[in-house]
Design a protein around this ligand. Sequence first.
Ligand SMILES: Cc1cc2nc3c(=O)[nH]c(=O)nc-3n(C[C@H](O)[C@H](O)[C@H](O)COP(=O)(O)OP(=O)(O)OC[C@H]3O[C@@H](n4cnc5c(N)ncnc54)[C@H](O)[C@@H]3O)c2cc1C
Ligand code: SF4
Length: 343
Amino acid sequence: MKRFAWTQPTSLASAAAFAETTVADAMVALRPDTHAGHGAVLQAGGIDNLDLMKEELLQPNLVISLRAIPGLDKIEKQEASWRIGAGTTLMAVAGHPAVQARFPALATCLNQSGSPQIRAVATLGGNLLQRPRCWYFRSIAFDCLRKGGGHCFAILGENAYHAVFDNEVCAIVHPSSVATVLVALGASVELTGPNGATRRLLLEDFLVRPKQNVRRENDLQPREILTAILLPNPSASVRMAYLRLGEKQAFDWPLVDAAVILELDASSVCRQGVICLGAVAPTPYRPRAAEATLAGKVIDVPTARSAARTALDGAMPLAHNEFKLPLIETVLRRAILRAANPV
Ligand SMILES: Cc1cc2nc3c(=O)[nH]c(=O)nc-3n(C[C@H](O)[C@H](O)[C@H](O)COP(=O)(O)OP(=O)(O)OC[C@H]3O[C@@H](n4cnc5c(N)ncnc54)[C@H](O)[C@@H]3O)c2cc1C
Ligand code: SF4
């Protein structure tokens, strides 16, 4: 790991003033021919940043810790939403009574992400902004498109863990399984600039597809801090579930995961269904045709099976990841049924 300076500001304004670059830009600036430290980058729990720094994929001159800024770890009820501070740890979010009561799918997902040690340190904001797990991206030996190079090594290479949708330019899967649930729940992000001005946008719109920009996964700007995640308060008729399938039950990212949100009427007919699939595309993936099949139906096995099959429309598996298609069908069918009939 290269030497770096460290600062721990106690206000958002001073942290934003220091944060002259994003991690994505700093990694692109670190071209193989320069080998010089680049920029000042923000750090929350440090789980992902330190991995990148140990591999020398990220070599900042200055690390700006967000951990001493008061209020970034608050969870509070607002008029029509819940506001979760971006600095709240995954463990604190999962353990909050309001999250368990109103957003059980989010609590389930958080409790299955990483390990207890990771969840005690990692923050919700850092989780959404973590960088992809593509093994070519994580190796200094491969100067791929996402790091500013000219080639994607995965599309014709070792792509077992890669995307089956939207994979023509870069085939990463979005690394945050928490984002799978948050997108399904209609979450928004709040971003604060150095002058205190905030902007809010749907998380779904904040996340960037490779065709928009292959060098970043989100629209975070230099000198901007993710301050909160806002979750619309679900009505009493909403049911939800989150399920994942993976090689291990803990301490690993999923091979495929699914979040399902159903709004049911008094006769258990589905008014609206929202589906989000994770680990299948560079951004959390909404199979809208499958969502449409749920509306107006009682959620039973044939309905769930048909929606899960429809969700595969448009899939373009690569040489080594066709095995994900039956996993998607299975995890989604089960998640739809679990949402309709919680255990
Ligand atoms: C073994 C293992 C298993 C894992 N399993 C899962 C899993 O199943 N699902 C899953 O979703 N994740 C998983 N993770 C990833 C882990 O949850 C993330 O690495 C962690 O949440 C990152 O949070 P952090 O606070 O440590 O972020 P940091 O490493 O501190 O930062 C990550 C990025 O976010 C930026 N950043 C952080 N906070 C802010 C902010 N408030 N404003 C602006 N920029 C900010 C940093 O600059 C950096 O770019 C796993 C990790 C490991 C090591
Ligand atoms: S999938 Fe994306 S991150 Fe991986 S090698 Fe290709 S361009 Fe790089």
